[in-house]
Design a protein. Structure first.
Length: 98
């Protein structure tokens, strides 16, 4: 991997971590609201909670995945299986709550 390419990938990963932390704080807002204030979540609140939770997961997992070329991800059976399983579970939950 070239030095420039590695720098670009690390920069994108850093931005993904920052946005993942922002999304995690949004998820935390719903958890705190539900657990400490005992305020029930309506359907819209659950939808936003699930969306922000998956967005956080994909930002952090994507920051890890961006370090690998696509060909290397496909060649690693376990990593590819985790990516595909996560993708389909994410789609299923998003369709259920949106």
């Amino acid at each position: 991997m070239k030095k420039n390419e590695r720098f670009i990938r690390l920069t994108i990963a850093a931005f993904m971590v920052v946005f993942g932390l922002l999304s995690l704080s949004q998820t935390g807002f719903f958890v705190i609201r539900y657990l400490t204030i005992d305020q029930p979540l309506d359907a819209n609140g659950v939808s936003v909670f699930v969306g922000s939770l998956w967005r956080t997961y994909w930002m952090f997992f994507g920051a890890y995945l961006i370090q690998f070329p696509f060909k290397q991800i496909v060649e690693r059976k376990l990593l590819f299986s985790v990516v595909m399983a996560s993708f389909f579970v994410c789609l299923a939950t998003l369709f259920m709550y949106y």
